[in-house]
Write a new protein. Structure first.
Length: 430
């Protein structure tokens, strides 16, 4: 049975009023990237040449690692955190017990040397209930810490994989990419990955994932590995290379078989959505010149007359396409070419073909319509009313013709006030 005294809206409103934001989020205004002091002493041209996207790692030509966020470019750093506790008055009490004294001293020394390494601070709004910190308020310092030599090398290796894979994606943005170049890029990717895996393990291993997770394209390179169960130990997970290491996965190249006739070559070109592509047709019908192919095809293909008359370049279309579309415009183009004495093709034959599909002119008497048909412009109807019913001559674009009919959401009708006025004037004249 439903409790009628329960008011969901009131309960939700009361619950939401108790929700507090754990820390103030800094609102950043759009501005240029600010280089931290640590990199200002370096070659500015070198920094400008970095291909570094927002929230990503990049390396310069000397192997230095950088990270870019929405405020700065930081050299050789990674995100870290230090947990602490404070009392109700906001006074610092202690660091979390899990930290060794050496780690605490290193953190304090780094902050003293550069307070800007602390990028954010969060403090809980409710006291801790844990025994060792009961009544105290938990806080976290988020800060940047220098990479160790091994971490630096791990990130450099994953940046190399990322760049190599991005190059493979980029080259597949068009369908006519060079297969030789693609194979070179594929070899670069395999070499970068094999070198990294041999030294530092899989990309998806926890140590690598934690280190590179802040890079927005980490999921991209993580997808290069497929998860499988170990053949020798079903409780163990291993990773294997995906198809991206072996072949194009975005726009795979189609290997077309050779054909024995021009008609078959044309069918291949049409099935690939390329229209009459003589280059493609020549690739599947070799040892035959384009002129010989055109001759063999006869009237199966025709010159695109509209394109030819524009720039005098010869492009072919199928006969069906030639005999469709705006055939009247094509007829006029062909007549113009005949008048100019152009000899690129037998334009008389072209004219004969196009005239066979030109429809008979439609006269007004062939059109079934009523005077109120919506496709007839209002000023045309108004002019007819003035002429036939009111015996007045008005211009098609006159104010009278424009204002006699009005259009609303429910349709079109007469402006009754004006119509009555005109009819009264007409009766007075009589």
């Amino acid at each position: 049975m439903v409790d009628s005294s329960f008011d969901l809206a009131s309960e939700l409103q009361e619950a939401l009023s108790k929700v507090t934001v754990p820390f103030e989020v800094e609102r950043l205004e759009p501005r240029d990237i600010i280089l931290k002091e640590e990199v200002n002493h370096l070659d500015q041209d070198l920094l400008a040449s970095l291909d570094i996207r927002l929230n990503e790692y990049a390396c310069d030509k000397n192997g230095h690692v950088y990270y870019r966020d929405n405020t700065s470019i930081r050299p050789s750093s990674r995100a870290a955190e230090m947990i602490f506790y404070q009392d109700e008055q906001g006074q610092f009490v202690k660091y979390d017990d899990k930290y060794k004294e050496e780690a605490i001293l290193d953190f304090e020394a780094a902050v003293e040397a550069d307070p800007n390494i602390v990028t954010n601070t969060w403090v809980s709004q409710t006291p801790s209930k844990a025994a060792k910190s009961k009544g105290l308020y938990k806080g976290i310092y988020f800060y940047e810490t220098p990479l160790t030599d091994t971490e630096n090398k791990r990130i450099r290796g994953m940046v190399a994989i990322k760049n190599a894979y991005q190059a493979i994606i980029d080259i597949q943005m068009t369908t006519d990419y060079d297969e030789g170049k693609f194979k070179q890029l594929l070899a670069t990717l395999n070499q970068a990955y094999d070198t990294f895996k041999k030294k530092y393990g899989y990309i998806n291993q926890a140590v690598n994932a934690r280190l590179f997770d802040r890079d927005d394209r980490y999921p991209l390179i993580a997808s290069l590995e497929l998860e499988e169960l170990d053949e020798n130990d079903s409780s163990k997970v291993v990773f294997v290379k995906s198809d991206a290491f072996k072949k194009p996965t975005i726009r795979p190249k189609k290997h077309l078989h050779q054909v024995m006739s021009a008609v078959e070559a044309l069918n291949v070109s049409l099935s690939e959505g390329r229209g009459v592509d003589l280059n493609l047709m020549s690739s599947v019908y070799p040892d035959v010149s384009e002129d010989m192919m055109i001759s063999e095809l006869g009237e199966t293909v025709m010159i695109d007359v509209e394109r030819y008359i524009d720039d005098k370049t010869v492009h072919y279309v199928t006969k069906d396409k030639f005999l469709s579309g705006d055939v009247l415009a094509k007829r006029d183009c062909i007549n113009s070419l005949i008048e100019d004495g152009d000899t690129q093709a037998d334009w008389e034959r072209y004219l004969e073909l196009i005239l066979s599909v030109v429809p008979e002119p439609v006269v007004l008497s062939d059109i079934d319509f009523s005077i109120g048909s919506s496709w007839i412009p209002s000023n045309v109807v108004s002019q007819w009313v003035f002429s036939e019913l009111l015996d007045e001559k008005v211009g098609l674009h006159s104010e009278e013709a424009k204002s006699l009919l009005v259009t609303s959401r429910i349709g079109r009708g007469f402006n009754e006030r004006l119509l009555n006025c005109y009819m009264s004037r007409q009766s007075n004249l009589v």
